[in-house]
Design a protein around this ligand. Structure first.
Ligand code: PPS
Length: 577
């Protein structure tokens, strides 16, 4: 790589923030304009637009730029720009806008952050966009999932004037704008800066890799983690940033620094890698590390990856001269026990089997409280991870029963409640169907809409209990699978979730008819009765299925306890106590 490619501290930076007088003027004028509350992703995008991280963009893309970016990875004037940066709005907002309108852009609290001078408003073909930008229309790709299911159908393009950057209260000293970073680099005499992009905790492999990159290129290192939006399910940024801070001492003094980037990733693989290079150049970096599967969205449900492991490297290399950022490519780094060292997989001597711990393996180790070897990560990183990812035996948990009226849900749930209380350890709450309907859902009936609302309320309460380390036992009929799934997703994000189908057949439930409700339902006195005059969608893959026709509540509760133990939710007793 020729040295002249390396321009210290980037090219010209766009700054969309106006001065105080203009801000006041815009604020006053905005009384006559429509307003739009920015979505989580738009908040990230507008910050990076306003502070110049997305230079040369001066606003959200208009139609001509959008088409050109989708088709050619370039703006309409030919400038390399691989990712559409769009202001998506619903039809009711788009209807009131035309070329020449102004739209006030606000944060969730209603604070006006910017104005867009509308040039284009159009309904986008988001499927075609997905195909062109991500190379697939499969919603198993997280970028496509977001585009097709979470963005609004209309796009508004135009120049942006910024009043103020979104406010962050966390890690303020670690958040630097492109201009701030460039100033720091210049002040410290850093001329060559290699950037490391990451959305994951940094383990030994990453530290070794970044040290190698820095040493080989004789550059200073910028650890530049994404703290905006990453792949759903990633470790939260609070945990990650604490872990990054903890490992900074591992680098030779004054050679490396951390700055946080409020980027909303698209997981767009090769195109995203080019985008990352532009963003890093804007932050004053001269090189970018591109490893295996950079910004990769993972694989589809058949296990086929959306991109090849080194597609991103190829794409960046292809545009390297034009980008003005040198790529520092890396193969997968693996641990070679015999030499107690990390090395790129293609340098491992023949006959030696390197060691790797996958993300899934690490999650399992955390979930079961198993050892995390020091060759894999530093103790300070493991400590941070364990704080927010305690073993399952210390996490909260929801045990969600579903089944027909009279199937035995309440009886088994009560038996389980008592068993868990007897065992001690975590607070336990029973949200029984009948009891919930007497308080939390007292105004609801049994229409589909009301039942769904009832189940979502139970799910919300259970998720709060789970988040705070308790056990929630829920025992409603919960006849509809869709809303059960919604609850499962909500709760799994904050702790454990187990679905127990009490599958006692309708004939048995009807024969028992403890409350006399089936007789009334048959006689038409009670309408919309589950199993008789209303549907019940049995879950396809519950964690447990228990038919109480021939077993006692005690036995059923015991089955659940054993399953909890199997899943690691009860922990191991020490010394056989
Ligand atoms: S749902 O569908 O999950 O919201 O139902 P749930 O909150 O569990 O309430 C079910 C209890 O309400 C009584 N009940 C009825 N059940 C089903 N269908 C109709 N139409 C109905 N009307 C009243 C019944 O006692 C249920 O309690 P369990 O314990 O399930 O027998």
């Amino acid at each position: 790589m020729s040295d002249n490619l390396i321009t210290p501290h980037g090219g010209e930076l766009v700054d969309l923030l106006v001065d105080d007088a203009r801000a006041e003027e815009l604020k006053n004028a905005s009384r006559d304009w429509a307003s739009w509350d920015l979505t989580e992703r738009q908040l990230c995008d507008i910050e990076l637009l306003m502070n110049g991280a997305f230079s040369p963009l001066t606003g959200f893309l208009g139609k001509a730029d959008y088409d050109a970016v989708c088709d050619t990875m370039r703006l309409a004037d030919g400038t390399l720009w691989p990712m559409p940066i769009m202001l998506d709005v619903p039809a009711n907002v788009a209807e009131g806008l035309a070329s020449g309108s102004k739209l006030a852009l606000r944060d969730p609290e209603g604070v006006m952050l910017a104005v867009i001078h509308v040039e284009d408003v159009w309904e986008a073909d988001r499927k075609s966009e997905a195909d062109k930008v991500f190379g697939t229309t499969s919603t198993e790709h997280p970028g496509v999932e977001y585009l097709l299911n979470k963005t609004n159908p209309y796009y508004v393009g135009g120049r942006v004037e910024g009043l103020s950057l979104p406010i962050h209260y966390d890690f303020r000293l670690l958040r630097r704008t492109p201009a701030e970073l460039r100033r720091e680099f210049a002040k410290q005499g850093w001329r060559k800066i290699v950037a490391f992009q990451t959305r994951n905790p940094m383990h030994r492999a990453h530290v070794e890799l970044t040290m190698r990159a820095s040493a080989e290129t004789e550059s200073n290192l910028l650890i530049h983690p994404v703290v905006g939006m990453t792949k759903p399910g990633d470790v939260d940024h609070y945990t990650r940033v604490r872990a990054y801070q903890a490992i900074l001492d591992r680098y030779p003094r004054n050679t490396a620094k951390i700055s946080l980037l409020n980027l909303a990733m698209r997981m767009g693989g090769p195109r995203e890698a080019v985008w990352h290079a532009i963003i890093r150049k804007n932050h004053g970096c001269t090189q970018l590390i591109v490893g295996r599967d950079h910004a990769g969205p993972g694989s589809d449900s058949d296990g086929n990856p959306f991109y090849g492991p080194y597609d991103a490297q190829e794409m960046v290399i292809e545009h390297q001269e034009e980008l003005g950022v040198e790529m520092v490519p890396f193969k997968l780094m693996v641990y070679v026990e015999e030499q107690d060292t990390y090395m790129p997989i293609d340098e491992v001597p023949e006959g030696i089997k390197p060691l790797i711990i996958s993300g899934t393996d690490l999650r399992e180790r955390l979930a079961y409280g198993r050892e995390i070897p020091t060759w894999f990560t530093y103790p300070e990183v493991a400590t941070e991870l364990r704080k927010t990812h305690p073993p399952r035996s210390k996490q909260g948990l929801t045990i969600f029963f579903t089944g027909l009226s009279g199937s035995g849900k309440s009886t088994v749930a009560n038996a389980l409640l008592v068993k868990l209380l007897e065992m001690g350890g975590r607070p336990v709450t029973l949200l029984d169907g009948d009891i919930v309907r007497k308080n939390l859902s007292s105004e609801l009936g049994f229409s589909k809409e009301h039942r769904d609302l009832n189940i979502l309320r139970i799910g919300f309460v259970a998720s709060e209990i789970t988040k705070n380390g308790g056990i929630a036992i829920c025992a409603p009929i919960a006849p509809y699978s869709n809303v059960r799934k919604q609850n499962a997703e909500l709760i799994s994000g904050v702790g454990g979730y187990m679905l127990v189908h009490i599958s006692t057949p309708l004939e048995v439930c009807e024969q028992r008819d403890r409350k006399g409700l089936y007789a009334k339902a048959r006689a038409g006195i009670i309408k919309e009765f589950t199993g008789i005059s209303d549907p019940y969608e049995a879950p396809e893959n519950p964690d447990l299925r228990i038919d109480t026709t021939d077993i006692s509540p005690e036995e059923a509760a015991n089955m659940i306890v054993l399953h909890m133990e199997h899943m690691g939710y009860l922990g191991v007793r020490k010394n056989g106590a």
